[in-house]
Ligand binder design. Structure first.
Ligand code: 5GP
Length: 176
């Protein structure tokens, strides 16, 4: 993998523009209310960070972590809760923030866990969506970009723990 180099798929500027639009929609939809934003670690950390800076609402930020892909590029078929919320979400407006919805297994499982806790509302923001591999049809209320079935890295997304720090979404290509 040392011979792979990232190519830009979605630029920093495109991401910033899209986040402005998503944040405006979220701010309008929840106007006058408070929002619990749940950042799904680790992949959504950069998206969530940039998104909440633009949302004009009082926000309570929480983190959750589940295992999904391990160090490879194929889904394991089940998820494990590794880090849970610190506070109750009962009766609250909750926005889950994901990096990417692929098969939909991760977000479907997370929604099942969250629903049991009786939030007032439960919505999903995802930076990316891969329709080609989607099995569990979860509605994405606030979607950044629909992309082809390629393994993407950067802007929070990793390959074997690397590339999360890139400011753009990229694809790994055989380098020189
Ligand atoms: P799903 O459960 O929807 O199949 O997969 C969701 C999770 O798989 C994401 O949160 C992410 O961690 C990982 N994933 C899916 N596609 C990609 C990809 O193209 N690149 C990276 N880095 N992770 C992915």
């Amino acid at each position: 993998m040392e011979n792979f180099s990232p190519d830009v798929l979605i630029s920093e500027e495109e991401i910033a523009l899209r986040i402005d639009a998503l944040a405006k929609a979220i701010s309008d939809d929840f106007a006058g209310q408070e929002l619990v934003v749940v950042c799904v670690l680790k992949g959504a950390f950069m998206f969530c960070s940039d998104l909440i800076k633009k949302i004009e609402l009082p926000i309570n930020l929480e983190f959750i972590q589940v295992s999904s892909y391990g160090d490879g590029t194929t889904s394991s078929g089940s998820i494990e809760l590794k880090l849970d919320l610190t506070g109750s979400i009962a009766g609250k407006n909750v926005l889950m923030v994901e990096d990417i919805v692929d098969t939909g297994l991760t977000i479907k499982s997370l929604f099942e866990i969250m629903e049991l806790r009786k939030p007032k509302s439960l919505k999903l923001a995802s930076l990316l969506f891969k329709p080609d591999r989607n099995v569990h049809k979860m509605p994405i209320d606030y979607l950044g970009f629909e992309i082809e079935d390629k393994f993407v890295i950067g802007y929070g997304l990793d390959y074997a723990g690397r590339y999360r720090e890139l400011p753009y979404v990229g694809v790994l290509n055989a380098g020189n």
